[in-house]
Ligand binder design. Structure first.
Ligand SMILES: Cc1cc2nc3c(=O)[nH]c(=O)nc-3n(C[C@H](O)[C@H](O)[C@H](O)COP(=O)(O)O)c2cc1C
Length: 365
């Protein structure tokens, strides 16, 4: 179990959106005896959680479970498989998310993922985009729980690592209380290792993917009820969790939390995950996390990766601190320039402690 959390560790550490919590709130809920591998996850996000982003996130938290962007079975079977599966060993633990609905293809792709070293394979049953619907996968599979069960069973038979599913609470005109219960009952027969539930419906016609992450209301209570009704199933909750305080509250109901936009846009949240949610070590200072990321950036620059491809993921690191806007703007304006090197990142960092940063703070107040 987790050692008593020492709130004094956070004294004087200015992390935005992170409140000090009573020790009782940061403990594993009584329902599980061992730490869940899904206790804190960073969501799969297309175009955001690429390999550079995941290395950066890993420099901030050793314990967060990271997910790749969704990769379709078609891409892995017919495309440049090595490129789609490429990742850095330092990212671990990292899960590969697959999109597809053909059981045999998913089984083959799960094997590719396991052979490439991923720690888990996750099936996407939550994405509402038109492109995904026309391929008959993503959120529209909420209406085909038996097919999802068959896919997961085939994937589980193919690999020895955990196989999980990420779903919604329903689609379109569904009553989520009926749909989600039916989905979990049928799909759990395939014995997935965990359900990650984005606690809102997907509206397949009429809302964009972005709107589908904001407009349908969140129903956390339903996900908590599913957890109570299925005490043997690891349930991870996702959607609208903005702070570690929200996350710790959720952990009193479910086995794990998955943060998407908040983790990406304010990555300093990750700096306190190990200390606060796992009782491990002291919070990482954002500057120290960035310093650890630098050798990776230097190595990738030598391999020809443009600086901006890496720095675009760190723009929000100092959000809420003096100089954060200067840091962000300097990187956004300079990192994409031809030949931009590590010095651009160092110069951006120096702005944090500059006179300009103090002026920025004075302007804001
Ligand atoms: C830019 C972006 C891309 C996303 N791509 C995926 C994806 O590839 N697979 C997936 O299951 N969900 C994807 N999502 C949804 C997130 O995983 C998550 O379910 C959603 O953002 C709700 O969590 P949040 O409120 O913590 O952001 C994406 C979200 C965003 C913002």
């Amino acid at each position: 179990m987790y050692p008593e959390f020492d709130a004094r560790k956070l004294e004087g550490v200015g992390f935005p959106g992170i409140l000090l919590l009573p020790a009782a709130m940061v403990h594993e809920p009584a329902m599980t005896a061992a730490p869940s591998p899904w206790r804190f996850c960073v969501a799969p996000m297309m175009d955001w959680t690429d390999r550079h982003c995941r290395v950066f996130h890993r420099m901030l938290s050793a314990r967060a479970l990271l997910y790749t962007e969704m990769v379709t079975t078609g891409a892995l079977i017919h495309g440049d498989r090595a490129r789609f599966l490429a990742h850095d060993p330092v990212e671990h633990p990292v899960a590969l998310q697959l999109g597809g609905s053909d059981a045999q293809e998913l089984a083959a792709c799960a094997r590719f993922g396991a052979d490439a070293g991923y720690a888990e394979i996750n099936l996407n049953v939550g994405c509402p985009s038109d492109r995904v619907q026309s391929g008959r996968f993503g959120a529209c599979l909420m209406a085909e729980p038996q097919l999802v069960a068959d896919c997961l069973a085939a994937m589980k038979a193919a690999v020895a690592i955990p196989v999980t599913v990420k779903c919604r609470i329903g689609i379109d005109g569904d009553d989520p209380h009926v749909r989600l219960r039916q989905f979990v009952e049928i799909v759990s027969q395939a014995k997935p290792d965990a359900f990650i539930i984005h606690a809102r419906k997907a509206i397949l016609k009429g809302l964009s993917p972005k709107e589908n992450r904001e407009v349908p209301p969140l129903d956390y209570a339903l996900v908590h009820a599913i957890r109570r009704e299925n005490p043997h199933l690891p349930i991870i909750i996702n959607g609208g969790i903005h702070t570690l305080e929200d996350a710790a509250l959720q952990l009193t109901h479910v086995d794990g939390v998955m943060l998407g936009r908040a983790a990406y846009q304010t990555p300093a949240i990750l700096c306190v995950v190990d200390a606060l949610l796992f009782g491990e070590g002291d919070p990482v200072q954002p500057e120290d996390g960035l310093a650890r990321f630098m050798p990776y950036v230097a190595r990738k620059l030598e391999e020809g990766v443009p600086l901006a491809a890496m720095t675009r993921h760190i723009l929000g690191l100092f959000s809420g601190r003096p100089g954060a806007r200067l840091f962000r703007r300097y990187l956004a304006e300079n990192a994409y320039k031809r030949g931009a090197g590590l010095n651009v990142l160092e110069d951006a960092l120096s702005l944090l402690s500059s006179r300009h940063a103090l002026l920025e703070m004075a302007d804001a107040s």
